[in-house]
Design a protein around this ligand. Structure first.
Ligand code: FES
Length: 225
């Protein structure tokens, strides 16, 4: 049993007592909730575990990631379900200038009213600003801030126009990658993989049991790059 101080909070509408310092997801597990859906990396990277929470004495509901938000006395929190959004189908390899095709791929961007409701990003991305730039045709300017997007979809869940800024951002990231050449070191490594330079090593690893694999990984880590 933990010797940490216990706090009282409200989780999914139920008052519970949990040790302080836990994240929302740890608090769920600590109180016997067998939660697996909506949980992925537990490191604030996959964006699967969105939550809405109200801190004690606060007047405004905030949004975040359940694996990152730490529970506090009087916190009221719920896990948010997956939010459905339209995903456009496109083939970047058939586009000469994907940036210029944004209004065609995501025409709903032009319907953004600039209400700023989408500014709920747990990664502190200024989504409204990104959407404004995308709307005005400054796609390069819109791309930079979305590079940190975790695709949690919170922004889409708030948009009264049913726009999915995270998917717009994903398109912009892909368009940007297509616009700029692949770095030479990456190009070289990809060519080595294509030419089968690492094939023998993969086959060796593939045939190992768990202990052998651990030893293999230790050895590979110590090899000069
Ligand atoms: S579980 Fe991946 S961000 Fe929380």
């Amino acid at each position: 049993m933990s010797d940490k101080k216990l706090i009282t909070m409200e989780l999914e509408g139920r008052k519970i007592r949990v040790p302080e310092g836990l994240t929302v997801i740890e608090a769920l597990w600590d109180t016997g909730h067998d939660v697996k859906r909506g949980i992925g990396c537990l490191s604030g990277l996959c964006g699967a575990c969105t939550v809405a929470y109200l801190e004690k004495g606060a007047g405004k509901v905030r949004f975040g990631l359940g694996c990152q938000v730490v529970v506090t006395e009087g916190l009221n929190v719920i896990m948010l379900p997956y939010f459905p959004s339209r995903v456009a189908a496109y083939r970047l390899e058939e586009m000469d200038d994907p940036y210029s095709r944004l209004p065609e791929v995501y025409p709903e961007v032009t319907g953004c009213t600039g209400c700023r409701a989408c500014n709920v990003c747990p990664e502190w991305i200024n989504v409204a600003e990104m959407m404004k730039k995308a709307r005005e045709g400054d796609c390069a300017g819109a791309t930079e801030p979305v590079m940190d997007c975790h695709m949690c979809g919170l922004c889409a869940s708030r948009c009264p126009q049913s726009i999915a800024p995270h998917y717009v951002g994903l398109y912009l990231q892909r368009a940007s990658a297509r616009r700029y050449p692949i770095p030479p070191n990456l190009e070289e490594r990809l060519a080595q993989i294509r030419d089968g330079v690492y094939r023998a090593k993969w086959d060796e690893a593939d045939a190992l049991d768990e202990e052998g694999l651990k030893e293999f990984c230790r050895r590979v880590r110590e090899e000069p790059a």
